[in-house]
Design a protein. Sequence first.
Length: 498
Amino acid sequence: MELNSVKESVAGTPMNGVDVDVLVVGAGPTGLALGVDLARRGVDALVLERGEGLAPGSRGKGLQPRTMEVLDDLGVLEEIRAAGGDYPVGMIWQDGKQAGERAMFDPAEDGEEGSAFTEPWMVPQWRTQEILHARLAGLGGRVVFGREVTALHQDEDGVSVRFTSADGAGTVRARYVVAADGGRSAVRRGAGIAMTGAGADGSGVVAPEPILVGDARIGGLDRDHWHLFPPRGDGDGFMAICPLAGTEYFQVVAGFPAGTTVDASADGVREVVAARSHLAADSVTEVRWVSDFRPRAALADRFRAGRVLLAGDAAHIHSPAGGQGLNTSVQDACNLGWKLGAVLGGEAPASLLDTYEEERRPVAAEMLGLSTKIHRGEARRGRQTRQLGLGYRGSSLAAETRTDLPDEGLRAGDRAPDAAVDGVRLFDVFRGPHWTLLTAGPVTRPPVLPGVRTARIRSHERYGTGVFLVRPDGYVGWAGTDARDLGEYAARVGLSVG
């Protein structure tokens, strides 16, 4: 599918004064993933995008194992698998000769964290967006391009959002608005939420050296390696050329000394490739996309202001090192989608949305710190970057009622691990927008929870013995030994006990 073929203006969607339950601003991976989750829950949502089509460029090309689990749950795993591939080994070049290989990631152990996914999977961001967009359209979801948000106003009942387009100005009215419109988010600014950067000056600049990144066809390099060109000591910075899985392109990344004005053009890409490698400028036969940036790290002071919620880069800006930005963002959507669905469906009180910031802001802060350390060479791309161990043990939604637990083991707030027990794969049970009540071992018969899927297994090394109420986003909400104690918790999250 060509990128430009995804442009659309949704037929039959009046774009002046339209009323929706949720307006998602931004059709990047965050906004599209949230749109998919809301659509499968039957929520009336609209995704509004400033650009005339999906954004080009490989950008966040690495999908971490936890994000792969989320994409599996959203129903796009087969397409994501077909569109990408494993990360190649790094090949170091010196003076035009191969000087040795370098592992780009610490290896994972078999069955680590109880997941079918152990290593990052490479898919160019533009392709991930196309896949999520197609899934959203298949669910009846709506994306409208070419609308730029200019102002918003909140009241007790909703938010009025003004936008401009080639056809003039208009307004959308929504019960809730989600800002997924990137690091320079107009919605975040309109909601009056500040963003604090890392570093003493609060600028958020991780390093002052600018970086060029582009997608190009390049001859003379194999596609079995991530080609690394260290600085040669003459004032040049590093350069890396990585084959983009599932495409005929390479991603070129090149660093420059602080204060350099970067030529972010096709000729600029050709010039840097020729200057820092053994390749000639004309080996770059096509440049599909190119940009430049200075790595930043910044965190929104809040993730919610009334009926406006922030997700993705609108809430946290990462250095691309370690591949945490897109992944943290998609998981924001995973956390927020089911909560919006429960509140809008009348099952749960609006206070449930307070737990979004409570749970996701600490995770974003942790991942920002990790990205910055990797960028500065202070941490490896290892277990933490895979994000399988992240959880919400300290959350008000984590109710652990068991006593006399071992030091190690599954707790409320943890990600519910996958396992194959009695011929049943647990992730096949968890997949979908529902809650799951999992009973492990000989415990009290659980009550009936309408709309909740149930499963019973023998005691298992990852679960031990107990009853586990698994949230729609795959985390253990409640854990205990007597499921008759579930009533209070179930009511708080919008479930009823039959």
